[in-house]
Ligand binder design. Structure first.
Ligand code: COA
Length: 199
């Protein structure tokens, strides 16, 4: 996270990165608003300078390599959508499909296990690799926010907003709600019914 090439299109570039700061960030990425995962490569070892201290890596560190992280969040449970953001920190592994695979796995987890309805991603227009990785994972371009992100002295780039609907991935998708939101809607309907009966 200290390599300017890796962080060029990430908000983290604006703050000095240290193990303590990264641990603090990961600790703040708590459910139910966030699912924060390490992207691990099975059975191949690459040295990346910063491994071993983050709790999430401990169990697998002897056999797996930590390539990066992926965040599903913030999750909006009321409207059943969430954002995805990721980083592959080992540059020599860029362009080999790991980003697309990580996005696809988290996409399936979000739709199949969490019953979310929509996923979004916001990519810098100056970062075609991220746009392409999301498109390969089934996301479609939904719009452009012009001159949204500062990329250098007085220079700005557009944000490309991408989205992916559960029914686009699963044609047999049927509407489901989280138990918390279902309970809230049921309670609102009860109040409405009572108000109608009392008129
Ligand atoms: C963006 C990122 C996650 C992509 O991961 P990755 O493992 O390299 O992605 P993939 O290999 O699955 O796919 C990348 C695609 O972009 C393409 N690509 C790479 N550079 C490109 C460029 N300059 N122009 C157009 N396409 C490009 C690759 O060829 C590949 O497409 P292909 O399979 O059709 O050839 C990774 O580069 C990264 O972590 N970058 C730093 C952090 C970052 O920018 N995160 C995204 C924030 S939204």
């Amino acid at each position: 996270m200290q390599d300017p090439e890796v962080t060029a299109n990430l908000e983290s570039r604006y703050w000095p990165q240290s193990i303590d700061r990264i641990e603090e960030y990961i600790t703040s990425m708590k459910p139910p608003e966030n699912v924060f995962l390490a992207i691990m490569l099975k059975g191949i070892s690459y040295t990346n300078g910063v491994t071993g201290k983050l709790g999430i890596l401990e169990a697998d560190k002897s056999e797996h390599t930590h390539l990066g992280n992926i965040r599903l969040g913030p999750i909006n449970w009321q409207h059943s959508f969430a954002e995805i953001g990721l980083v592959i920190g080992i540059k020599k592994l860029w362009g080999q499909g790991y980003g697309t695979e990580a996005i696809s796995l988290v996409r399936d987890y979000a739709f199949d296990k969490l019953s979310l309805h929509k996923l979004t991603a916001g990519c810098y227009a100056s970062n075609p690799a991220s746009i392409r990785a999301f498109e390969k994972a089934g996301f479609k371009r939904e719009g452009i926010l012009h001159s949204q992100y500062h990329t250098g002295w007085g220079q700005y780039t557009d944000e490309v907003v991408l989205g992916c609907l559960a029914e686009e991935i699963h044609p047999d998708y049927s509407f489901r709600l989280s138990p918390e939101v279902a309970a809230c809607i049921a309670s609102q309907e009860r109040v409405r019914r009572e108000q109608k009966e009392n008129k």
